[in-house]
Design a protein around this ligand. Structure first.
Ligand code: SF4
Length: 226
């Protein structure tokens, strides 16, 4: 798709995160939403967005399997920022999932588990919006190495905006520390990337930032950023 036919003067990859985010709010206003797992990139984005737009729309996918430190981070962010915060849940409970698909589906078929608890809820979360903002960075994994600042999300039919795409980990920490943004305590315990409890472990020295996700499976993404 030719993006320039859809919106005027979208920022190129290489512009500053603030420029990209400002463009997003000027272009889409209340019809842009931030996808947040409340990881380091996401709390940075929320802080930055709150400086540019009143009461930004933010959603998170509550799989019912998040770390208690993640819920603490959500609480801290709610206290600190004025957000239109949406909690999006899977259509079935963990108990129903176990009945229908077997106990601990994440250990048998994580793709199916992610589909039920993340991918389908994401589609509902984006319904009615014109753009979504993510914390995707090229440095995070090979699957993200070609991400652009502004993309057309063909699957969901809206723009996908990745303001932090060229930042490195130090850049993100610098912003978070400088502005004293609340962050997930697990980041200080060897968890650079934090998802659901059963599928996230601390990484060892020298490992890729996402090596602690779905360890033992040939899987790097939950399906939200294909
Ligand atoms: S990350 Fe693990 S527990 Fe969470 S939805 Fe995916 S497979 Fe299930």
């Amino acid at each position: 798709m030719n993006l320039s036919r859809q919106v005027k003067s979208q920022p190129q990859t290489g512009r500053s995160p603030e420029d990209i985010l400002r463009w997003a709010y000027e272009t889409f206003g209340g019809t842009v939403t931030i996808a947040s797992s409340f990881g380091l990139e996401d709390v940075m984005l929320i802080d930055m967005a709150s400086r540019l737009y009143e009461r930004p729309d933010v959603f998170y996918l509550d799989t019912d399997l998040l770390f208690h430190q993640t819920y603490q981070t959500i609480h801290a962010m709610r206290e600190r920022y004025a957000l239109n915060l949406r909690r999006v849940s899977p259509e079935i409970s963990l108990a129903r999932q176990a009945e229908q698909r077997g106990e601990e589906l994440w250990a048998q078929d994580p793709n199916q588990c992610c589909h039920i608890r993340k991918v389908e809820p994401l589609t509902r979360a984006l319904n009615g919006y014109k753009a979504w903002i993510t914390g995707v960075r090229r440095e995070q994994s090979p699957t993200r190495a070609t991400a652009e600042a502004v993309e057309w999300d063909n699957k969901h039919g809206l723009f996908k905006i990745n303001p932090l795409v060229l930042l490195n980990t130090d850049d993100v920490w610098h912003w978070v520390r400088k502005h004293q943004v609340p962050y997930n305590a697990l980041h200080d315990q060897g968890y650079p990337s934090i998802g659901c409890m059963p599928c996230t472990r601390a990484i060892k020295p020298g490992e890729d930032a996402r090596a602690g996700r779905w360890a033992g499976f040939n899987k790097l993404e939950c399906g939200l950023h294909p």
